[in-house]
Design a protein around this ligand. Sequence first.
Ligand code: CMC
Length: 428
Amino acid sequence: MSDDKERTVELHYEGGVLKLPVFTGTEGESTIELKTLLGSTGMTTLDPGFGNTASCSSEITYIDGDAGILRYRGYPIEDLALHSTFLETAYLVIYGELPEPGQLKEFSDKLRDNADIPAEMGAFLDAMPRNGHPMALMASAVNTLAAYYDDSVDPENEDQVELATIRLMAKLPTIAARIYRNSIGQTPIDPDGSLDYVDNFIRMTFGDKAPTGELGDLFNKAVGMLLVLHADHELNCSTATVRVVGSAKADIFASVASGINALSGPSHGGANQAVLEMLEEIRDSGISIEDFLAKVKSREVRLMGFGHRVYKNFDPRSKEIKVLASQILDQDENPDELFRLALKLEAAALEDSYFTERKLYPNVDFYTGVIYRTMGFPTNMFTVLFALGRLPGWIAHYREQLRDPAFRIARPRQHYVGSAERRYPGQG
Ligand code: CMC
């Protein structure tokens, strides 16, 4: 937040005129500060879904939704997607700068050293319903980390927050892979310290069935890039949730578990699963693309993987993912018919005025599902992969909030429209 308090806007109301300061962000965007509004005028603002409300100042991610721009800590997403690894990007998002080689090694070593989960926690995971949704299981497991590691739950203690950061980053892939192995009735695979972060996750997930050679390299690159593309997205629903829960000084494990729960919704991270289910339904029902889009336009169904609260242009992440999808599917002996269906659906929607007038474009979730499916992930694991990618963002926002001098517990107001006072029956 730049401190140019000389810029103001005036609010004219029945009681007079209130001058409100306007702050200018790094890219010239203006934000009106409303801190004095309630005290001075007795009025609040009503902004369903917080579409116009900045709840904090942040240095982590910049998005220009009209121009289709996304940057982490100033670096364009396109550069990071093509040239950075997930661990390097995670470090950048969490700590603010790209790591020097020594810092990256230290970070990576710490993650290797902490990748195991306690045996009791493994038993707890193994006892959870095998056919339960992996997002529900993952959120429960992350919440439980606070119980296993109560030496890293104090938000007031920087060392503890740092230790919890490492533990979360290190253990989430182990937890995710174990949930998957349990769901298919296979023995869990322990982390392998000789592998890099992404390879280790692929190995813990697929074991001997993990692709090797050129295909293995491509899978590693694809998973790494998808994690980079998901690493942060400023105040999206799950990150806002992490901040709200963290604002009550809840520990980072509880806050991130809440973020995982928010992410599970089909309007948010759950959309990647919903897209694939939608494509399967179109294929299996034999409905034409034209008729399916007619159902969307009559509001019977939503076109999943399309539209975004912030992007009113192509989601820059979806462009990278579409290229990646072509590369992955080229390797497949039986190119995925769902990918071809997705391409046709996208092209038809982008020519239809319903979508163009509302500025509805493919978002990050439109093509991720077909990639994950080709790699062999079951549909209900797609959102888990999103969570693995988003973890650095959740952690970074939690930590940034703790250091913010303007930090207060999140406590929105409401516009009350219920009954006026009335008497309890029999009380006059
Ligand atoms: N299909 C059909 N119509 C849509 C869609 C869609 N996917 N998205 C928005 N619209 C219409 C909506 O009906 C409304 O039309 P009208 O003005 O005539 O009432 C207009 O576009 C504006 O939509 P909105 O619901 O006010 O937009 P929002 O900002 O509240 O919602 C969204 C954003 C992402 C929840 C929504 O676009 C959506 O439900 N998309 C499908 C689910 C999806 O792909 N979610 C992933 C989002 S990106 C990754 C992530 O955040 O995790």
